[in-house]
Write a protein that binds this ligand. Structure first.
Ligand code: XBP
Ligand code: MG
Length: 217
């Protein structure tokens, strides 16, 4: 039996990227920056995982220097978690049932995400009505590792914290970057493409499903 399920957050547990995009844009405006990321801009910029790295990639594109990226990103995280707490976010279909059944079967649950830890907490409170530590046994987040997805670091960290080998676990992802990260750590990967990742190359996935209502072990 599979001993643990390891979930990506953004795009996999919930369709969060439009809320991230809104938080980035509102933060830029609040800080007096003349930047606005359209959906097309964001689709391109999402190829760079991690918010701080994404801002840096955008600044390189437009040839701007001298913005305090960590401070700007910290303000974005505050805005994102506030927007999340307003309660409009829903889990993707099948997630709540899968999490509940896994618990009943005695499987452990983990997170391997690029996003910041406060964002995981905010999503858990908004969507599971419980703190993340009550839903997930292990949480591995972007800023805890040297290299973000598609590097395997965050999955290695989740596996270390679970104390399990990759063969005992399954990963759930929505993006090519996430798939590559999980494959790099030796995991079997179920992909449920999301709004921004539909059409990506998911070669190597064990299964590609429209959503997790279609998942059976
Ligand atoms: C998601 C991301 C994240 C979020 C923003 O990738 O790349 O950067 O868009 O979160 P994945 P932060 O789903 O593959 O983990 O701004 O907190 O970095
Ligand atoms: Mg994702």
């Amino acid at each position: 039996m599979v001993e643990a399920l390891i979930f990506d957050v953004d795009g996999t547990l919930a369709e969060t990227e439009e809320l991230h995009r809104r938080a980035f844009n509102e933060t830029f405006a609040e800080q007096g920056l003349d930047w606005h990321w359209s959906r097309d801009d964001y689709a391109r910029l999402l190829r760079t995982t991690g918010g701080k790295e994404r801002i840096a990639a955008f600044m390189a594109e437009i040839g701007v220097e001298g913005v305090d990226i960590p401070a700007l990103h910290a303000a974005k995280t505050v805005r994102y978690t506030t927007l999340m707490s307003e309660g409009a976010m829903r889990l993707r279909p099948g997630v709540a049932t899968l999490v509940e059944r896994a618990r009943d079967r005695g499987q452990r649950l983990a997170i391997a995400t690029t996003t910041s830890r406060p964002n995981v907490e905010a999503l858990s409170l908004a969507c599971f009505a419980r703190p993340a530590a009550q839903v997930f046994d292990v949480i591995a987040a972007g800023d805890e590792v040297a290299a973000k997805k598609p590097a395997p670091d965050v999955y290695h960290l989740a596996l270390d914290r679970l104390g399990l080998a990759p063969g005992a676990c399954i990963a759930f992802e929505d993006s090519r970057n996430g798939l590559l990260s999980a494959l790099g750590a030796g995991l079997g990967v179920i992909v449920t493409p999301s709004a921004y990742t539909a059409g990506e190359d998911f070669t190597g996935a064990a299964r590609i499903l429209p959503d997790l209502t279609h998942f059976t072990e």
